[in-house]
Design a protein around this ligand. Structure first.
Ligand SMILES: Cc1cc2nc3c(=O)[nH]c(=O)nc-3n(C[C@H](O)[C@H](O)[C@H](O)COP(=O)(O)OP(=O)(O)OC[C@H]3O[C@@H](n4cnc5c(N)ncnc54)[C@H](O)[C@@H]3O)c2cc1C
Length: 456
């Protein structure tokens, strides 16, 4: 389908709702329209998926946004190999809705199903099984990328390997992904058997992860950042897929059916006082009790993988100023840095509503892929006076321990901080310069980090 593209002026923001951007936005419905959009006068240009990145990776103030979600068709599926060919605006939710009832799933999913395939590649997203299966791009066969200088290039780990590696985790700065081929995996049921393990503090949880994680394909820890003066009691929730033969009798008739959840939504931005230390403590005490009442459970994949999706627009809870998600990843030997970050946030009065702990395996294929062998802790901080200064101190601590921030979440880090955290940054910038010498593509993130003025 062709036709003229229409552009509107809109204000958009990352999921954290902090530092919004006014942009021109269009919603292409065909490859031709994407090519047409690239020739528009608004610069820089950036592709955007579902806008689920928390920071400024998916916005470009004063420029043109191509919102890709209308390009959401399945192009082909081979049931022998499990390879799905789809357009890049297809959401993981659309893929799971169609394929799970037919016995297939995605090998890697993040904590929300409301993201696109293009967004998953551009941040090389990880799931609760990174220590076993790596990140999203490890399961991508190839994709077609529209670049400003070289037109459409098919990239795979073998063909145009450096462009593939620059685009996997390359936050949309090497081109616009049209479509991708992904490997799905067969499942017998949509259910997992999950074990709950309460740990008195974060240090204990890290030790448990170290000693016993090998038996679980999926693992995640919910961290109560306010407990024990910031020592962070944690409940580890770890599980494996259940084969159809092991399902409880009441599930056997439809092993691949995922029960519908009630549709809840936060209708408007809450006042800032709603999230305060008392309400967070109350919520956490309730959660702790709920988790500790179980040892083991059989739960469906939506409840295990995507608990936050059960409340639409939950980011509005943080109020007018929004929030910053701080995701700190450290090498195995630097686990202590995470307990220190938690302690400091408590002592400085920056209370995280949600804390999530995961273990990472080998690093991803992308030049800017986030994971490295180690641990990752995610904390959500409501925007308050002094937060930026406090997070700068956290950045220094993280750097001292050889850690790094995640570009999908970051909105505050300084250029030199990110440069020190990503050793392949220069390599990435060289590839970018080769496919986009005039800097047609750009984002608030690339501007903030000074990448638009560098060729490597
Ligand atoms: C509740 C929640 C839980 C999350 N949990 C996790 C998690 O467990 N693990 C994890 O890794 N992440 C997680 N995330 C972050 C999220 O998975 C990533 O930010 C993801 O990239 C968002 O995809 P999107 O489609 O919304 O892309 P956007 O946020 O819209 O864009 C992300 C980047 O992709 C680029 N992009 C989008 N489409 C294209 C395209 N077609 N071609 C080229 N570039 C493109 C954009 O330019 C931008 O740089 C979570 C987010 C939320 C809200």
């Amino acid at each position: 389908m062709s036709g003229t593209l229409s552009w509107t002026t809109e204000t958009i923001a990352g999921w954290g709702q902090y530092r919004p951007a006014t942009v021109k936005i269009c919603r292409p419905r065909s490859g031709h329209q994407v090519e047409e959009a690239l020739r528009n006068p608004f610069k820089p240009i950036l592709a955007r998926g579902m806008g689920r990145s928390y920071g400024d990776a998916a916005q470009c103030s004063g420029g043109g946004i191509l919102e890709m979600t209308a390009l959401n068709r399945f192009r082909a599926f081979d049931a022998d190999s499990g390879i799905l060919d789809c357009e890049a605006g297809t959401t993981l939710s659309e893929i799971l809705d169609w394929f799970v009832p037919r016995g297939w799933t995605l090998p890697v999913v993040p904590g929300t199903r409301m993201i696109t395939v293009g967004g998953a590649i551009a941040n090389d997203v990880h799931g609760k099984n990174h220590h076993v299966d790596g990140s999203f791009c490890a399961h991508v066969i190839d994709f077609d990328l529209l670049t400003p200088d070289r037109g459409v290039v098919r990239c795979s780990p073998e063909q145009e390997a450096s462009l593939f590696q620059a685009t996997a985790g390359g936050v949309g700065l090497t081109g616009i992904i049209f479509n991708a081929r992904l490997r799905l995996e067969p499942i017998e049921s949509a259910w997992l058997e999950v074990e709950y393990e309460p740990c008195p503090d974060l240090a204990h949880a890290l030790a448990v992860l170290d000693a016993t994680d090998a038996g679980f394909r999926y693992s995640v820890g919910w961290v109560d950042a306010l407990s024990g003066d910031g020592r962070g009691r944690t409940v580890l929730t770890r599980g494996n897929w259940l084969p159809a033969s092991a399902l409880p009798p009441e599930r056997c008739a439809a092993p691949l059916r995922v029960p519908r959840r009630p549709e809840l939504s936060i209708p408007y931005r809450m006042p800032e006082w709603v999230l305060n230390p008392t309400s967070i403590r109350f919520f956490n005490a309730f959660n702790w009790k709920r988790f500790c009442s179980r040892k083991r459970a059989v739960i469906d994949m939506d409840r295990y993988f995507f608990p936050l999706d059960s409340v639409a627009n939950w980011n509005r809870m943080y109020g007018r100023r929004g929030f910053v998600q701080y995701q700190a990843t450290v090498p195995l030997e630097s686990a202590q840095c995470l307990t220190e970050l938690l302690r400091r946030s408590y002592q400085n009065g920056f209370f995280s509503f949600l804390g999530v702990l995961k273990r990472f395996g080998a690093g991803g294929i992308g030049m800017l892929s986030h994971p490295m062998p180690g641990y990752t802790l995610t904390l959500d901080f409501p925007v308050r006076d002094g937060l930026e200064r406090f997070l700068r101190e956290c950045d220094r601590l993280l750097l001292d321990w050889g850690g790094r921030l995640y570009l999908a979440k970051d909105i505050l880090a300084l250029p030199e901080t990110i440069a020190a955290m990503y050793p392949r940054l220069n390599e990435f910038l060289k590839v970018r310069a080769h496919v986009d010498s005039a800097r047609v593509l750009g984002s608030d993130l690339s501007r903030r980090l000074g990448w638009d003025d560098r060729n490597g």
